[in-house]
Design a binder for this molecule. Structure first.
Ligand SMILES: Nc1ncnc2c1ncn2[C@@H]1O[C@H](COP(=O)(O)OP(=O)(O)OP(=O)(O)O)[C@@H](O)[C@H]1O
Length: 340
């Protein structure tokens, strides 16, 4: 897949008040046509990474290429043109309070030199796309947070950029509004073909819309890959912690000891990756009684993902062969009797 953005050995140091390496020797390709999530805790370097991509910051070393063009080699004037191919939305929306919704969306079109009629047509088209056609003459302070971000998206996309950068774009919104704005970003990607980079500290944002994820810690990329793979096999401690914030299907030690109090049988947790029905087929074959006592299934992309915890009761031999049979098709955790 073609990279729209490539970072090659990029570092960014800030020297005041003391030396901080906000981005530390990062190599990264952002694929054209995908939604890439950049996740990390506060201070990991996410915002700096994004500001390097739209040339608001220049790297201390390394190269940033946008569509094959090395941003470091461009003049300020050429950079201006490149920046118009990159839209950006922000946590605090950054709308002009003194301009109407239509005026906000028209602003970048004016800068790009479009005439009045062309501007009006494009503004109408964009407001229609984000579902705010009826609020064109409202002012930002008359809008909800979700509506403000829709205006931000319409404004960012008005000039038809190839790339949309979303820096914590849903962090100031409630969960329901967040889901609406994320659905809109997905539509931007699918319907307009815009490549999207989403900076977030929330794994739910990554789970719900991203194709790929990059995990940052102390300026470095500690993990990357397709979202499904990273959820299924998180490698770093930071990634595992992020994954746990959205997957509530795996019992922890406290849950297991509580379950033990109510269930005298053998307790196992079965990972569920794609093979929803096969697990039940295997359980049906055996002379073992099984009951689901904990678990959950969610989706990543369009694929089911989760785990189920069963209590198995029956003859020890039959239980052993059930577990062996399940282990042929998925990962099985058998919780020891004495606690975990
Ligand atoms: N202009 C600057 N001058 C000095 N230090 C900076 C500057 N911008 C960022 N930093 C420092 O670089 C590091 C990375 O900051 P950055 O904002 O990129 O992280 P982040 O992951 O986006 O965090 P947050 O989620 O809190 O915004 C931090 O230690 C920060 O204090």
């Amino acid at each position: 897949m073609a990279a729209l953005v490539s970072l090659v050995g990029v570092s960014k140091e800030f020297r005041r008040p003391s030396v901080v390496r906000a981005v530390d020797d990062v190599d990264l390709d952002i694929n054209a046509g995908e939604i890439t999530g950049v996740i990390g805790y506060s201070g990991a370097g996410k915002s700096t990474l994004v500001r390097l991509i739209n040339a608001l910051e220049r790297p201390s070393s390394g190269r940033v290429l946008l569509d094959g063009v090395d941003l470091g080699r461009l003049t300020e004037r050429e950079l201006g043109r490149v920046r118009s191919e990159v839209g950006m939305i922000f946590q605090q929306f950054n709308l002009f309070a003194s301009r109407t919704v239509a005026g906000n969306v028209a602003y970048p079109l004016k800068l790009a030199g479009l005439g009045r009629a062309e501007r009006a047509a494009r503004v109408a088209e964009m407001l229609d796309f984000v579902g705010l056609a009826d609020r064109a003459s409202a002012y930002p302070n008359q809008l909800s947070g979700g509506q403000k971000q829709r205006v931000g998206i319409a404004r960012a996309l008005a000039t038809g950029p190839k790339l949309l950068l979303a820096d914590e774009a849903t962090s100031a919104l409630d969960p329901e509004t967040t889901a609406d704005v994320l659905a809109l970003l997905r539509r931007v990607n699918r319907d307009l073909g815009t490549t999207v980079v989403v900076v977030t500290h929330e794994m739910e944002v990554v789970r719900s819309i991203c194709d790929r994820v990059v995990v940052m810690e102390q300026g470095r990329i500690v993990e990357r890959g397709p979202v499904f793979d990273v959820f299924a096999r998180p490698q770093s401690t930071a990634t595992r912690r992020f994954v746990q914030t959205v997957l509530h299907d795996r019992p922890d030690a406290d849950v297991i000891s509580r379950l033990r109090g109510d269930h005298a049988g053998t307790i196992i947790t079965v990972e569920l990756v794609d093979q929803r029905t096969a697990i039940f087929d295997r359980l049906r074959d055996q002379r073992v009684h099984s009951a689901v006592i904990y678990g959950g299934i969610s989706e990543i992309g369009d694929r089911p993902f989760g785990s189920l915890t069963f209590e198995l009761t029956g003859e020890p031999d039959a239980i052993r062969s059930t577990i062996a049979s399940l282990a042929e098709i998925t990962e099985v955790t058998e919780w020891p009797e004495g606690g975990v």
